[in-house]
Design a protein around this ligand. Structure first.
Ligand SMILES: *Cc1c(COP(=O)(O)O)cnc(C)c1O
Length: 390
């Protein structure tokens, strides 16, 4: 058929060059197609929900390489990555050993929804790997950790957890969102599965909601099978943005490591602050382990202020550069109370068990100049000064 002879309606649909005869660009185009030609000679059927479109391939290869895993899947949220992985490995009657104080959405899913499927959970409040080992029984299928954790920045010895999982022949999973592969690569320490909320540092610009699972080929194939049924697909536009964000991951995280350490040191000396949670501080109980397994200590920290809930909210409303907002890992600095944001869905009772006070403040340090950020907080603290120095 001569395409110059197509009628108008056919032209509307088919008159474009099907062979890309431009020189190869430095970027991969955004493949908006949800349908792809198949062939009876090939097993492959391409479809976004099968996680095999060109934009998915590019980003997942990049992230697998960053995490030193064989393969990766990119999903529509961090929670999609987490729930899909749990459902791939847990059946009714199974048991999992889980760190107690982790991201609120993950906690909610584990303690509410997994329970409905007859899955038993042991929560570990300490950071001692031996306490995780003690809870492993013969129906335990996995150990789940988050280090540094959200929101208390607890540090767990990754190598020790991986070793226990190998000895007991169970799967070890880590949520590496806070650290990023720039600061720590758990697969090189023996962990089986690395998960990310890519919404945070990997994308880094607060404009894409996505998640990632990285592991060996055989593990990814198993999870992929569930992912295809659960349907947590990310579309090509978002995959492209994620790829774009990833290009500056190293630079961003380097700056955020540096600024967060300076901010933590400033807060530690501040008369209103009771306690600062940051693994880069020598006074932090996880510092030694963090130093062993991390290249930088990350851009997240939290702290407890010597004042009431009303007072801390007054200070939060007074910030000018920081935004009082949930989420984290973007180029702009954010500040929030986890009890009112990331950990709002879990009950007050569970939060208390997890050590998350209503007045705990969490900070995501952006890439602004640290002097400006410190001045902004200093001014905000002045709003509560009269009360807290009584
Ligand atoms: C935000 C977050 C998640 C959930 O990710 P979404 O992309 O919001 O679904 C999981 N783990 C950690 C540590 C997080 O901070």
């Amino acid at each position: 058929m001569d395409k110059n002879n197509f009628k108008q309606n056919t032209k509307c649909i088919h008159s474009f060059s099907k062979n890309n005869d431009f020189p190869e660009g430095v970027l991969t185009p955004i493949y908006t197609s949800t349908s792809y030609r198949y062939s009876s000679e090939s097993d492959s059927v391409y479809y976004p929900r099968y996680f095999n479109t060109p934009n998915h391939k590019i980003v997942s290869e990049k992230i697998a390489a960053l995490e030193e895993g064989e393969e990766a899947i990119v999903l529509s949220s961090g929670l999609a990555a987490i729930t899909t992985t749990f459902f791939a490995y847990l059946k009714p009657g199974d048991h999992a050993v889980v760190q107690r104080t982790i991201y609120g959405g993950t906690s909610y899913f584990i303690s509410n929804e997994l329970k409905e499927f007859g899955i038993e959970i042991s929560y570990i409040s300490s950071t001692d790997p031996e306490d995780f080992r003690k809870k492993v029984t013969k129906n335990t299928k996995l150990i789940y950790i988050e280090t540094p954790s959200n929101p208390l920045l607890q540090v767990i010895d990754i190598e020790a957890i991986a070793k226990i999982a190998k000895e007991k022949n169970i799967i070890s999973i880590i949520d590496n969102t806070f650290a990023t592969p720039i600061n720590q690569t758990p697969i090189t320490m023996g962990i089986d599965i690395v998960i990310h909320s890519g919404t945070k540092y990997l994308n880094g610009h607060s404009d894409v909601n996505c998640g990632v699972v990285v592991s060996r080929k055989e593990v990814i194939n198993k999870i992929l099978n569930y992912a295809k049924s659960h349907g947590g697909t990310l579309d090509s536009h978002a995959l492209y943005l994620l790829d774009r964000g990833l290009r500056t991951l190293g630079l961003r995280v380097k700056q955020q490591n540096e600024s967060a350490l300076k901010l933590a040191k400033y807060l530690e000396k501040h008369p209103f602050i009771n306690k600062v949670f940051y693994p880069g501080l020598e006074s932090n109980e996880g510092h030694k382990t963090a130093k062993k397994q991390m290249k930088g200590f990350g851009g997240m920290l939290s702290f407890e202020v010597n004042c009431t809930y009303e007072e801390i909210n007054k200070a939060l409303n007074g910030v000018k550069l920081f935004t009082p907002a949930a989420s984290l890992g973007g180029v702009e600095s954010l500040i929030c109370l986890p009890a009112d944001t990331s950990h709002k869905r879990i009950s007050k009772e569970e939060r208390e068990k997890a050590g998350i006070k209503d007045t705990l403040v969490r900070v995501s340090v952006g890439i602004e100049d640290i002097e400006d950020l410190i001045e902004d907080l200093e001014n905000a603290f002045k709003l509560i000064k009269s009360v807290s120095l009584v």
